[in-house]
Design a protein around this ligand. Structure first.
Ligand code: UDX
Ligand code: ADP
Length: 447
C-alpha cells in the first residue's frame, strides 16, 4: 500500500511519520510545493520542533518515509491521499476575518484530479468547514473523475508539543465517510491502517459531515474552557480569590475535570481562533446569529485577556514604558513547539512597542527573524533568558517553557533595573519566592 500526504506541515509531517513508524509495509510519501520545507525535512534540522519527532524521522526516512516536492508522481502512485494543507482565516473578500481560505484545498483537489486516472481514497486531514467534501467532490466531477475517488474526513486532534504521544496514544481517531458500499469499504481501509496501533474501540466512524463538524466543535469547547477560566481570573484579581485554587476546586468535580483550566495570557495556535471563527461564520451563514454571537464571545474574551495583561504591565511600570527595557521570555504559543501562529506574545509585544518599550525576546526554539518579522525590526533577540533580563525593568513570562521554571531568578534579579518587576503570564512560578528575592511579582488571577 502507498500513502501520500499533501502538505508537510505541523499536521502532515508528524502524522505521516507515525504511520511510517507503525506500518513498515506501507510506503509513506509527504509532498509539498515548498522546496525549502522539504529540504529541511530531509536534513538534520527539521522545519518543526516537536519532542520525539526527529528520532522517528531519522529511523524511517529513506526506508518507508519520503519527503519530496514531486507532488504529482506521488499522488498518482498512491492508494490513499491525505490532504493536509493550511486553511488560514481569509483576510479578504466575502467572509474576511472569519471564513477559512479554501484555495489550498481546491488546489489539491485539482492536482489530484489532473494526476490520477485510477481509484483513490482522498482524505481531508486539514480542519475544514462542514461540507468541504462537497467542494472537493465538485472539482473531481468537473474533471469527470468523481467516480474514481472516495472522499473521507479524518480530522487530526493532535496538540503541538505533544504530537508524538498524541498520535501514538490518541483518545480517539475519527473517520467520516459515505454510507454507500464503496464508502464503507474506503472507511474500513483507513480503519485498518490506524488499527495497527490504535485499539478498535477508539476508532469511531461517522458520516462525513459529523466528522468535519466534530473537529470544529472539539476545538471550540477546549478554547471555551480557557476563555471561561480566563474570565474568572479577572474576577479573582479583584476579589481576593486565587484562580489556581478555583481551577483546582472545580476541576475535582468529575463532571468538569481538571484539564484545560490553566489560566494564561490567552490561547494561541493555528486552530482555536480559526476554528471558532469558522463556526461563527457557518452559524451566520445558516441564519443563526445568536449561535454565532455565543461562540464569538470566546474570542472576545481571549483578546480581552491579552489586553488586560498588557495594561497590568504598563500600570505597574508607573504608566510609562518609554525607553524601558522589557524582557519577554517565550514567544511560541505554548511550550515544546516552534510554532508562533496566533501566539499571545505577538499581540502583547506589539502593544508594548506601541507604548515605547524596548523589547528583548528570548525563546528556545523560535528563530530570531520570525520574532522580528512578527513584531518589529527594533525588537532585540537574546540567546538566553539571563541575557534578555540584563538591565531590564521587567521580565514577562509568555510561554511556559520548562527552562523558565528552573532559572536562577536571584542571579537575574541582581542584573535588573530596580524596582525589578516580573509578570508571570502562565502561572508557572512561585510568586512568594520571587518576592523574597526582591522582585515585584504578579501573575494572572491573583490579587
Ligand atoms: C489544539 C487542540 O488541542 C488539538 O486537539 C487540535 O487538533 C489543534 O488545536 P494546539 O493548538 O496544538 O491543539 O494546542 P493546545 O494544547 O490545545 O493549546 C492551545 C492554546 O491554549 C495554547 O496557547 C495553550 O497555551 C492554551 N491553553 C491551553 C491555556 O491557556 N490553558 C489551558 O489550560 C490549556
Ligand atoms: P498545518 O498546521 O495544518 O499542518 P502548515 O501551514 O504547517 O499547516 O502546512 C501546510 C503545508 O501545505 C505547507 O507547507 C504548504 O506549503 C503546503 N501546501 C499548500 N498547498 C499545497 C499544494 N497545493 N500542494 C502541496 N503542498 C501544499
Amino acid at each position: 500500500m502507498k500513502i501520500c500526504c499533501i502538505g508537510a506541515g505541523y499536521v502532515g509531517g508528524p502524522t505521516m511519520a507515525m504511520i511510517a513508524k507503525k506500518c513498515h509495509d506501507i510506503d509513506v510519501a509527504v509532498v509539498d510545493l515548498n522546496e525549502e520545507r522539504i529540504a529541511a525535512w530531509n536534513s538534520d534540522c527539521l522545519p518543526i520542533y516537536e519532542p520525539g519527532l526527529q528520532e522517528i524521522v531519522e529511523e524511517r526516512r529513506g526506508k518507508n518515509l519520503t519527503f519530496s516536492t514531486e507532488v504529482k508522481s506521488h499522488i498518482k502512485s498512491a492508494d490513499i491521499i491525505f490532504i493536509s494543507v493550511g486553511t488560514p482565516t481569509k483576510d479578504y473578500g466575502i467572509g474576511a476575518g472569519q471564513a477559512p481560505e479554501l484555495g489550498y484545498i481546491e488546489g489539491c483537489a485539482r492536482m489530484i484530479a489532473e494526476a490520477c486516472d485510477g481509484p483513490k481514497i482522498v482524505i481531508e486531514k486539514s480542519t475544514v468547514p462542514v461540507r468541504t467534501a462537497e467542494l472537493v467532490k465538485s472539482v473531481f466531477d468537473g474533471y469527470n473523475k468523481g467516480h474514481l475517488f472516495e472522499i473521507l474526513s479524518n480530522p487530526e486532534f493532535l496538540a503541538e508539543g505533544t504530537a508524538i504521544t498524541d498520535l501514538e496514544n490518541p483518545d480517539r481517531v475519527l473517520i467520516g465517510g459515505d454510507s454507500t458500499e464503496s464508502g464503507k469499504k474506503a472507511v474500513q481501509t483507513v480503519v485498518d491502517v490506524y488499527n495497527r496501533w490504535v485499539p478498535r474501540e477508539k476508532i469511531i466512524t461517522t458520516n462525513v459531515w459529523s466528522s468535519e463538524l466534530s473537529k470544529l466543535v472539539a476545538n471550540a469547547f477546549l478554547a471555551q474552557r480557557v476563555s471561561s477560566i480566563n474570565a474568572i481570573s479577572a474576577v479573582c484579581e479583584v476579589s481576593g480569590a486565587d484562580v489556581e485554587e478555583v481551577a483546582n476546586a472545580i476541576g475535582m468535580d468529575s463532571r468538569i475535570g481538571p484539564k484545560f483550566l490553566k489560566s494564561s495570557v490567552g490561547f494561541g495556535g493555528s486552530c482555536f481562533q480559526k476554528d471558532i471563527l469558522n463556526l461563527v461564520y457557518l452559524s451566520g451563514h445558516f441564519g443563526l446569529p445568536e449561535v454565532a454571537e455565543y461562540w464569538r464571545q470566546v474570542i472576545t474574551m481571549n483578546e480581552y485577556q491579552r489586553k488586560r495583561f498588557t495594561r497590568k504591565v504598563i500600570h505597574s511600570l508607573f504608566n510609562t514604558l518609554q525607553g524601558k527595557r522589557i524582557a519577554v521570555l517565550g514567544f511560541a504559543f505554548k511550550k515544546d513547539t516552534n510554532d508562533t501562529r496566533e501566539s499571545a506574545a505577538i499581540y502583547i509585544c506589539r502593544d508594548l512597542l506601541e507604548e515605547g518599550a524596548d523589547i528583548v525576546v528570548y525563546d528556545p526554539q523560535v528563530p530570531a527573524e520570525e520574532i522580528k518579522h512578527l513584531t518589529s525590526d527594533s525588537t532585540k533577540i537574546a540567546n538566553s533568558a539571563e541575557e534578555a533580563a540584563k538591565d531590564a525593568h521587567a521580565v514577562l513570562i509568555l510561554t511556559e517553557w520548562d527552562e523558565f521554571v528552573a532559572l536562577d531568578y536571584a542571579a537575574i534579579y541582581k542584573d535588573m533595573v530596580k524596582p525589578a518587576h516580573i509578570f508571570d503570564g502562565r502561572n508557572i512560578l512561585d510568586l512568594e519566592k520571587l518576592e523574597s528575592i526582591g522582585f515585584k511579582a504578579s501573575c494572572i488571577g491573583k490579587s
